[in-house]
Design a protein around this ligand. Structure first.
Ligand SMILES: Nc1ncnc2c1ncn2[C@@H]1O[C@H](COP(=O)(O)OP(=O)(O)OP(=O)(O)O)[C@@H](O)[C@H]1O
Ligand SMILES: [Mg+2]
Length: 373
């Protein structure tokens, strides 16, 4: 899968920029010039979200009222055009091949993406919510019905929480809970099952990638740690979920929030049998994150038949020489379309200047001549 073209209008520090991409794309420039902004724009087209902010207004160029992004995506089946328009104080507007999309989720998966940046180590270092987000985003890009199930689950959860608060404040009776528990349980079971299945599929790949990146020295582990034990039996799963909800109903009412369910799941990550969050060194955490990203690429490729595009933000400053070389070799063997930002061109890494390279300065990207390296 390829992003062939990107247009930015009043996006972050870009006034107007149009770019045509190749298989390997390099953005070079000093700090604070707009390199990450380009990757963020691509991520935004792919997922309708930024990795840095949940406030879309921040993406609009200072002093402007509207911003616009468009991208052309090609996969083995079709060529599509994705557009996103942002207006201050309004909901973003998304178009697919010129047609307005009322559901943003229709867009997810059209441009499959794996994003690796220094802050990606939050998957290892951060809280369970960071790991759930990692898993949810990965699965949603490949299985549309998973995303819809997750959305149903979140709605049911929100409504149950609302009921809990009303019961606490004596504005509703306890019977109101039941209406939300049915969809909560049904969608929750789907979500938990898929997460577990994907973790099972990711585990051997992660193990292999960690060994590759550490030249056989480290063993990575991954285990789905569900909050409610769901199995393949519908009746048993249902009963277990119900039992847990009932057992916690008093404290849930007191707190006005649901304490049981897949929104409390975690994914355990291990290095050599120890919890990576607590025991792994900085370098090990970084390597594990990279191994997860490589596992992500592999999983998406196998599950969907398409290679995702790969966004690498400033990785050469974070990874040591060995890891950087191994990363490039691993990508080269596939190879996906790559977008890489860097402050410095390292000749040992690129040899000659790639055909698609831009110098980014103050919100403008200018093509770099091939002999400039
Ligand atoms: N809405 C906006 N309007 C105008 N400029 C913005 C907006 N949002 C961010 N910027 C500017 O974009 C710049 C940061 O861009 P970006 O994060 O892409 O930098 P970078 O080239 O990746 O730098 P680094 O090498 O430090 O990571 C900042 O100077 C910031 O002021
Ligand atoms: Mg940056």
């Amino acid at each position: 899968m390829q992003l062939t073209e990107l247009v930015l209008v009043n996006y972050r520090n870009y006034a107007e920029q149009s770019l045509e991409f190749g298989a390997f794309n390099l953005f070079v420039g000093a700090n604070a010039q707009g390199k990450t902004n380009l990757l963020e724009a691509i991520l935004f087209l792919a997922t309708t979200r930024s990795h840095r902010t949940s406030t879309d207004d921040e993406l609009i160029r200072q002093g402007e009222q509207t911003g616009y992004l468009s991208g052309s995506v090609e996969d083995s089946i079709a060529r599509r055009r994705i557009e996103v328009g942002n207006t201050r104080g309004r909901r973003k507007q998304v178009k697919l091949d010129g047609k307005i999309q009322n559901r943003l989720s229709n867009l997810i998966g059209l441009l499959k993406v794996v994003f690796f940046a220094p802050e990606s180590t939050a998957i290892v270092k951060g809280g369970p919510d960071d790991r759930r987000r990692f898993l949810d985003s990965l699965i949603s890009q490949v299985h549309g019905e998973y995303l819809r199930g997750l959305q149903r689950y979140r709605r049911a959860l929100q409504q149950r929480n609302e009921s809990l608060k009303q019961i606490r404040d004596r504005r509703a009776s306890r019977d109101t809970l039941q209406a939300w528990e049915e969809p909560l349980i049904a969608s929750g079971i789907d979500v938990a099952r898929r997460r577990r299945a994907v973790c099972e599929e990711l585990r051997p790949v992660l193990l292999q990638q960690q060994q590759y990146l550490t030249e056989g020295c480290e063993e990575a582990g991954l285990r789905y740690a569900p909050n409610v034990l769901i199995n393949e039996d519908d009746e048993e799963s249902r009963e277990e979920f119900e039992r847990r909800l009932t057992a916690s109903v008093e404290s849930d009412i007191a707190r006005g929030t649901t304490s049981v369910g897949p929104h409390r799941d975690d994914v355990e990550l291990m290095v050599d049998g120890l919890d990576a969050r607590r025991f792994a060194s900085q370098g090990q955490q970084r390597t594990l994150t990279l191994a997860l990203k490589l596992a992500e690429i592999d999983w998406m490729h196998r599950a969907s038949g398409e290679l995702p595009i790969v966004l690498l933000d400033d990785v050469t400053s974070e990874l040591d020489e060995l890891r950087t070389r191994l990363l490039f070799e691993a990508l080269h063997a596939l190879p996906p379309q790559v977008f890489l930002t860097t402050t410095r061109i390292d000749p040992t890494l690129f040899g000659e200047m790639p055909a698609h390279a831009w110098e980014v300065r103050a919100g403008t990207a200018n093509p770099v001549e091939a002999d400039a390296a």
